[in-house]
Design a protein around this ligand. Structure first.
Ligand SMILES: NC(=O)c1ccc[n+]([C@@H]2O[C@H](COP(=O)([O-])OP(=O)(O)OC[C@H]3O[C@@H](n4cnc5c(N)ncnc54)[C@H](O)[C@@H]3O)[C@@H](O)[C@H]2O)c1
Length: 257
């Protein structure tokens, strides 16, 4: 149990695929802190698994939301508004790129693959925040997930690095736009974690070893450490922070070699 109380607060978490998902660790910790959650799932294939996880939370709402489908986004927010009335946080923990675009040379990235990766992993934040803002009647916090490949080259990360660079820019742009409404936006830049999405990255295992070797803390981070930071960002302990990218990476990003 953490000394942060979110009872009486509601929020939406996008990106639970299974129990290893970063979004699930965040849902779990926010649920323990007393928040009531809407969990979205991308498609029917994932529905049962997300429902099983959601059943361990207190009265969670389960809603479909494929982020490439505007109608599903609208319907999801309608259902959330009907059930919760208002929300105080939204966690965006989704990304996608075609496997071949993560394994061939970056210069061979196709137009459709580029569009899809940027649409799911970066564009999606914009309509989600647009819909969430009117429900954040007393201000709110939006948290998204990024990676250091937005700034530096990780062979194999390819178009996902481009998408993360766009996503981090959106965080600043949206933070500036919604600041007057007391809606804060921040990104967590997590070190490499073994999840479904990570499996698609060529050389992911090596990346984890190199991080553990070079990071000041001499280890990889845990998904709980990311979730704890998300809890802080969704709580009133972080009311002075917006538009930031917060590394949770055992310090890896400060090292030159
Ligand atoms: N695992 C890592 O090492 C790591 C590090 C830094 C950042 N991240 C980021 O964290 C986030 C979560 O990834 P994860 O590692 O937990 O993997 P994950 O596979 O568990 O989660 C990715 C999620 O994206 C969802 N998704 C994909 N396409 C979608 C669409 N069209 N509509 C709605 N949802 C869609 C999937 O359903 C899944 O729930 C991603 O943004 C990822 O880039 C991961």
């Amino acid at each position: 149990m953490y000394p942060i109380d979110l009872s009486g607060k509601n929020g939406i978490i996008l990106g639970v695929a299974n129990e290893r998902s970063i979004a699930w660790a965040i849902a779990d910790i926010l649920g323990q802190a007393g928040a009531r959650l809407a969990l979205t799932y991308q498609n029917d294939r994932l529905k049962d698994r997300v429902a099983r996880l959601g059943a361990t939370l207190n009265d969670a709402l389960l809603v479909p939301c494929d982020a490439t489908d505007d109608q599903q986004i609208t319907d999801m927010f309608e259902q959330v508004e009907q059930t919760f009335g208002e929300i105080s946080f939204l966690v965006h923990s989704i990304a996608f790129a075609n496997r071949e675009d993560l394994s061939r040379p970056f210069s061979e990235t196709g137009r459709d693959g580029f569009r899809l990766a940027l649409e799911v992993s970066a564009y999606s934040l914009i309509p989600l925040v647009r819909h969430a803002a009117p429900l954040m009647k007393n201000g709110g916090s939006v948290v998204t997930m990024t990676f250091h490949a937005s700034q530096q080259v990780y062979p194999g990360y390819n178009v996902m690095g481009t998408a993360k660079a766009a996503l981090e820019h959106e965080v600043r742009q949206l933070a500036s736009e919604f600041g007057e409404k007391n809606i804060r936006l921040n990104a967590i830049s997590a070190g490499p974690l073994e999840t479904l999405a990570a499996r698609g990255i060529d050389g992911f295992r090596d990346m984890r070893h190199i991080h553990a070797e070079r990071a000041p803390l001499k280890r990889n981070i845990t998904v709980e450490e990311v979730a704890q930071t998300a809890l802080f960002l969704c709580s009133d302990l972080s009311t002075g922070i917006t538009g930031s990218v917060i590394p949770v990476d055992a310090g890896y990003n400060i090292m030159a070699v």
